[in-house]
Design a binder for this molecule. Structure first.
Ligand code: MTE
Ligand code: MOS
Length: 783
């Protein structure tokens, strides 16, 4: 059987709850920080944060802190035996001599209690020489403050494209960032064994990199450092790189004191110190022919990378690779550059730049549709990729027809046309309240652009009693990866799901892992788990073939029974077979490996086939806006998303729902504000808690929420025909933003463009609708 084929009656595809659902909802699930209280002699770490956005550290006096009861040690640069850097680019000193953003930790205090550590941190005397700071992306552009590589994605000749255009538009667009707000803040717990081996529990999406960075900070080989991630209370990309420094601080403290060290950020510290979704600035020029088809697009994207690079370059690459979204644009010239600002180091966040890239083009289409005299949904559909066309980076758009089918199905299911008429009638009857209805597509490339990351490993053990224990390189952050991996193993071995257990992710079980990211966790680790299981099954088939008197190829494994093809009644029990196989000295465990075939990417030329396939989706959202305040409600959302043949439909529905709501938060509610004044708090994050940073919650859920998975969508070449699901649904929320634009536009005369800021907070919506309203002579009030 090939990778995508499923046996009959397989545990994959069963709609089962998350493996830890009961633990999550009862509070029994353990997280990194819960493990600390079980240790003797635990030390607690607290940072000494810079009160300046940018300043040279001219002095650091720890005397006052060390004199306090309970304070054990203050960690500074002088303590680092290896490399004083917590990043992969060499631009993130763990103990800096120059504070690069407001709150930047310059030292860490270790104490017997968290309170003592906190008091100790306040007693460390640091002297600073303040330096000029850059806070906004526009300031950075004006100052020419950039970092990392600048990249260009180009196809054709935009000059020719603009010549062919019947209409040319230009514009500018600012896109806000987003705080991850995972429920579990960053946490690490480290201790050292008798041989000096370091063991770190970390809430990390990338245990291998946490291991490598801790090792280089400590001056140890990777083999002396083990990182375990039990589970995360959410990562959303925020724990791809940010956890490393915290793990390194805890590990350094543990090696220096011989005591276990716990480091957990509280919410304010986490929001103050850790990177967020990149804010983006875009300047664009777009050409369309007389039918509304793109002829050319020229864009400069500037992301706000914050104080250091971390993942800003690959985030920009993904943004550039998703500018096209679902649309064929013949001539493209897109430039990407990364601003350096004195803010947190912006990082991965669900979609990894893809959402920002797509939003630029969706914003263009939403703005220009009325100027082209087209309904926005018609303008979008006209520009869809046709089968046989390729992206600007040269990758053929496989299954382009799926987008067309999915779109048609969704319009049908959501009664789109009828509701358009209803919305128009409502708007005609209500001068002070308007509704908007919008539909937008998603096409998202799956795989890491960085080809080497597209590999994974697994370790599968079958014990003598027939029970199964699996380990794989991916981490669990709530997305249900472990649930899926158990389903994959049970399917591949032909045993009931109840015989499979899963052990926490550890770098000493599966080495050299990639971050669990790019939505590829299930594709990659699923391939590796299946490979390990296939090896074990082949060993067992050889034994069974002898017992059953058939060729090994004709042995079937299903639901704990092993039998000759076509003769389920003649079989034997899995447990009995395993028992026999052990006594015949058969290897009952295996290491599995998977590498995604067929990928190549030229990072400099921005050309190649970086993605194994595209994930498709579309959404219809209806909103209602109040003309006095700009307040709005999402009345209804209909989502249809392509997950291939789902490995685990309940999990996937949850991912689609959660992705949409998180996207809704980014686009409509969540607004990061930094102090941009010249006052003493310049650079300080003003929205550093749940009271000032508005997150979506139950009350913001769409009144009606219809979520569907595309049917008969087998993806060949991926484990059991499935597709990745983690990130793409976030971008389904773009239809909510576009619906808000439509509603704002309805306050004014037709045929005009309606710019809308992002996030489209009630305030932004108010200004947009007020501008639309101002374009029309004052009406006589109706009802
Ligand atoms: N879902 C939950 N519940 N929690 C998370 O932190 N992270 C998202 C997505 N879904 C996340 C989530 C992100 S950013 C990614 S890349 C994928 O899950 C990672 O997991 P996967 O590769 O197994 O899909
Ligand atoms: Mo997800 S942003 O790739 O961790």
């Amino acid at each position: 059987m090939s990778l995508h084929e499923r046996p009959a009656a397989a545990p994959v595809g069963e709609a089962i709850p998350h493996e830890s659902a009961a633990l999550h909802v009862t509070g029994h699930a353990l997280y990194t920080d819960d493990l600390g209280v079980r240790l003797q002699n635990l030390l607690h770490a607290w940072p000494v944060g810079s009160p300046h956005a940018h300043a040279r550290v001219t002095g650091l006096d720890t005397q006052g802190a060390l004199a306090l009861p309970g304070v054990v040690r203050v960690l500074t640069a002088a303590d680092v035996p290896g490399v004083n850097d917590a990043g992969v680019k060499g631009d993130e000193p763990l103990f800096p001599t120059e504070a690069m953003y407001h709150g930047h930790p310059v030292a860490w205090v270790l104490a017997d209690s968290e309170d003592a550590a906190r008091l100790g941190a306040a007693a460390v005397q640091v002297t600073y020489e303040p330096l000029p700071s850059v806070i906004t992306v526009r300031e950075a552009i004006a100052a020419g403050a950039f970092q990392g590589a600048q990249s260009t994605l180009a196809r054709g000749d935009v000059a020719v494209g603009f010549e062919q255009a019947a209409h040319v538009f230009t514009g500018e667009f600012d896109i806000g960032g987003q705080e991850h707000f995972y429920l579990e803040t960053n946490a690490a717990l480290a201790h050292v064994d008798e041989a000096g081996q370091v063991f770190i529990q970390s809430s990390t999406q990338h245990p291998t990199e946490t291991q490598e960075i801790t090792a280089h900070v400590l001056g140890l080989p990777s083999s002396a450092v083990t990182v375990q991630c039990l589970r995360m209370g959410g990562g959303f990309g925020g724990k791809e790189m940010q956890p490393h420094g915290y793990a390194a601080v805890a590990a350094l403290g543990a090696t220096l004191t011989g005591r276990p060290v716990r480091l957990r950020l509280n919410r304010t510290l986490d929001m103050t110190q850790t990177g967020k979704r990149h804010p983006f600035h875009a300047v664009w020029k777009a050409g369309f022919d007389a039918d509304g088809r793109f002829t050319a697009l020229e864009v400069t994207l500037t992301s706000d990378g914050g104080w250091s690079l971390d993942l800003s370059e690959p985030v920009m690459a993904r943004a550039l690779c998703h500018l096209d979204n679902a649309y064929f644009i013949p001539h493209v010239h897109a430039r990407g550059r990364i601003a350096r600002t004195n803010k947190t180091s912006q990082t991965a966040f669900r979609g990894f730049g893809g959402p920002q890239g797509m939003l630029v083009t969706e914003d263009i289409l939403g703005r220009v549709a009325p100027l082209l005299g087209l309904d926005a949904h018609e303008l979008r559909r006209r520009n869809f990729y046709q089968p046989g066309e390729a992206t600007p980076y040269g990758q053929p758009v496989r299954h382009a027809e799926r987008m067309h089918d999915l779109w048609a199905q969704l319009l049908e299911r959501s009664d789109f046309r009828q509701r358009q008429a209803e919305v128009a009638a409502f708007n005609a009857a209500h001068p002070y309240r308007k509704r908007g209805l919008s539909v937008t597509p998603v096409k998202f490339g799956i795989s890491f652009n960085f080809t080497a990351y597209n590999q994974a490993g697994a370790l599968v053990h079958v014990y003598k009693d027939g029970s199964v224990l699996i380990n794989h390189g991916g981490t669990e952050m709530g997305q249900g990866l472990h649930t899926k991996m158990m389903q994959v193993a049970a399917t591949a071995l032909g045993v009931p799901l109840s015989s499979v257990r899963l052990a926490p992710t550890r770098t000493d079980k599966v080495p050299n892992t990639s971050a669990t990211a790019a939505s590829s966790g299930a594709d990659l680790n699923g391939g590796a788990v299946k490979d390990a299981c296939d090896q074990i099954r082949a060993n067992l088939a050889a034994v069974a073939a002898g017992t059953l008197g058939v060729h090994p190829d004709d042995v079937r494994f299903e639901a704990g029974r092993v039998f000759p093809l076509g003769h389920p009644e003649r079989g034997l029990d899995w447990k009995a077979l395993v028992h026999d196989a052990y006594h015949l000295r058969t290897q009952l465990w295996a290491a599995g490996f998977y590498r995604t075939p067929g990928l190549h990417w030229d990072r400099v030329a921005m050309q190649g086939e970086p993605f194994k396939y595209f994930s498709y989706g579309a959404s219809v959202t209806e909103v209602e806006v109040d003309g006095f305040t700009g307040a709005y409600r999402v009345r209804r959302a209909d989502l249809l998303h392509d997950v291939g043949d789902s490995l685990s439909p309940l999990i996937d529905l949850g991912q689609v729902e959660g992705g949409y709501v998180q996207g809704l938060g980014w686009l409509t509610l969540e607004e990061l504000r930094w102090d941009e004044s010249d006052g003493p708090n310049r650079g300080r994050l003003q929205t550093q808690s749940a009271s000032t940073y508005k997150l979506p919650s139950f009350s913001e859920l769409p009144g009606q929420f219809n979520v569907g998975l595309l049917e008969r969508a087998t993806e060949t070449g991926v484990v059991y025909g499935s597709k990745a699901v983690g990130e793409p649904p976030l971008m389904l929320a773009i239809s909510a933003r576009e619906a808000l634009r439509e509603a704002c536009a309805a306050f004014g005369p037709p045929g005009r463009t309606t710019p809308l800021n992002s996030p489209a907070t009630p305030e932004a919506v108010y200004w947009a609708l007020d501008a639309a309203r101002a374009a029309r002579p004052q009406e006589v009030p109706g009802d």
